[in-house]
Design a protein around this ligand. Structure first.
Ligand code: URA
Length: 202
């Protein structure tokens, strides 16, 4: 890790990451977006197709849904730092399409130092984990969003020691809500309710 105390330097270091093989096929690394001192950090899985092209997290369909849910939950974008557990897009090619492939444990582990560095720099009060990959990255393979969602939990300080550990709240990943068909409205309402619980805890 670079001896950095600046987000810009961290972003540059992430851009050059070759700690696992994902950098070879991805367009670019996608670091987090937001301000130092943002009270809330949202942690997703990995950049999607749009994010890979644009170089910013949550700018595709899942990001639009997330922005809407954040606005409904009453938190301004400048109070949020958004990032992902894995900084490069993992995909499988199908013809011209690039289909999302979930990151493997080795990708999550290789990328963990970047997330920890972001957490140390941004020093949020609270962290919202979006989906199972983010939950498993912090709490291990037995983590289930359904069991944990909507409740404040302690930062896993033994696994990932931080100077100022934030509280944690898990919720569904916005992509899972986009995939839900009949239950999409309920799933969206549950996401907003979880985000409201996070905002209330600030
Ligand atoms: N899904 C994620 O987990 N992160 C993004 O940045 C976009 C989609």
């Amino acid at each position: 890790m670079p001896p950095t105390s600046e987000l810009a330097q961290l972003t540059e270091a992430i851009a050059g990451c070759t700690a696992c093989e994902l950098y070879r096929d991805a367009t670019q690394a996608v670091p987090g977006r937001g301000a130092l001192g943002a009270p809330l950090m949202l942690v997703g899985e990995q950049p999607g197709d749009r994010e890979d092209v644009e170089g910013e997290p949550f700018v595709g369909p899942a990001g639009h849904l997330l922005d809407r849910a954040l606005a409904e939950a009453g938190i301004a974008p400048e109070h949020v730092y958004v990032t992902n557990v894995v900084k490069h897009f993992r995909f499988a090619r199908q013809g011209k399409r690039r289909l999302h492939k979930a990151p493997a444990v080795r990708h999550v582990e290789a990328c963990a130092p970047w997330l920890i560095a972001e957490l140390e720099l941004v020093a949020p009060e609270g962290v919202v984990l979006l989906g199972g990959t983010a939950g498993k990255a912090l709490y291990g393979p037995s983590f289930r969003v359904g069991d944990a969602r909507g409740r404040l939990a302690e930062w896993p300080q033994e696994r990932f020691p931080l100077t100022t550990p934030p509280w944690v709240l898990a919720t569904a990943h916005p992509s899972a809500i986009l995939r839900a068909r009949d239950e999409r409205e309920d799933a969206y309402a549950a996401l907003v309710a979880d985000l409201r619980a996070a905002v209330a805890a600030l």
